[in-house]
Design a protein around this ligand. Sequence first.
Ligand SMILES: Cc1cc2nc3c(=O)[nH]c(=O)nc-3n(C[C@H](O)[C@H](O)[C@H](O)COP(=O)(O)OP(=O)(O)OC[C@H]3O[C@@H](n4cnc5c(N)ncnc54)[C@H](O)[C@@H]3O)c2cc1C
Length: 331
Amino acid sequence: MANETEHPATAVVGAGLAGLLCARQLQEQGVPVRVFDKGRGPGGRSCTRRTPAGPVDFGAQYFTCRSPELEPLLQGWLASGCAAPWPARIVVLDGGQQRAEEAAPTRYVGAPAMSALAKQLAAGLDVRLESRVLALRRDASGWSLQFEDGRREGPFARLALALPAPNAAALLEGCSALASPAAAVAMHPCWALLVGFSEPVVCDFDAAFVHNAALRWVARDSSKPGRPAGDVWVLHAGPAFSRTERASPPERVSRLLLADFARALGRALPAPTFRIAHCWGYASIPDPLQLGCLHEPGQKLVVGGDWCQGSRVEGALRSGLAMAHTLAASR
Ligand SMILES: Cc1cc2nc3c(=O)[nH]c(=O)nc-3n(C[C@H](O)[C@H](O)[C@H](O)COP(=O)(O)OP(=O)(O)OC[C@H]3O[C@@H](n4cnc5c(N)ncnc54)[C@H](O)[C@@H]3O)c2cc1C
């Protein structure tokens, strides 16, 4: 593994699932790689938040594995125990009515939390956290990265950007033609609320897709395998509400989402013991691309993430594989 002063051949910016799987694939093929992320932990939108009741899945709630190319990864995760099936009772709440889901795929979760997936992928990789890239520069010797704290790293012969589309577009502006296809991909915000209750919410399901004024999804986090006991729920708002209330104070949003939850259930909720609200700026993608990753061969640059391959965790992982494959083929 490269030391502080010498730079490995490849840099990956973004330690979400796409960037980590890309880096891991490259490292397994003997390509030295260094990963950078602005966050304090790896995982991006598939992360876990500490709460008074223990860690709770804050972004991605579960994942599916319909794609055969991900089967070996899934089997490895299941064998190591960092993922498990979530045999949840999931319903649809629509206009005061409750109905069963029509066709349900097998759903999996990280164990003991969604963050376990990123931790497993990051193990053994050179991952530099709290490293926000502010600018990229490309010259004859390769790519250099300029960080928020003033430091610079590079040159790297190859670069993979595994970021939400608007973040990638901002970094690529002025230095790559890939800025414009990335900028053309829209991403919706999502208000998320984690809430603990003093006593269990009375209902006969573990999670629900909600078609209400504000909410899109509610889940009893404690129904997932390996979670701490207690009644902790995750509430996700839909894109329209999240856009309208994007700049609202968390207290207001918590109040509106809890009221909407009570309305969807048709009964009052127990008293909350804690509430943590956060608005994800770039949560979901209405029209994701279906091409694996963007590639600029002359610049030895790939750009990817869930928005490049059908969205969601499965799309992020498939994009990670596509980025690694494309970069390895360009050596
Ligand atoms: C609220 C919510 C609910 C969701 N629910 C589900 C679900 O139930 N099932 C499902 O399959 N998917 C779900 N998703 C989607 C899923 O989380 C994503 O598809 C997946 O995690 C995307 O992975 P990624 O690696 O492409 O991007 P990300 O996870 O966004 O990773 C990108 C990384 O880049 C880093 N970064 C950004 N800019 C910079 C910079 N300038 N410098 C350095 N680092 C930077 C970020 O910190 C981040 O770690 C949900 C997402 C959200 C937000």
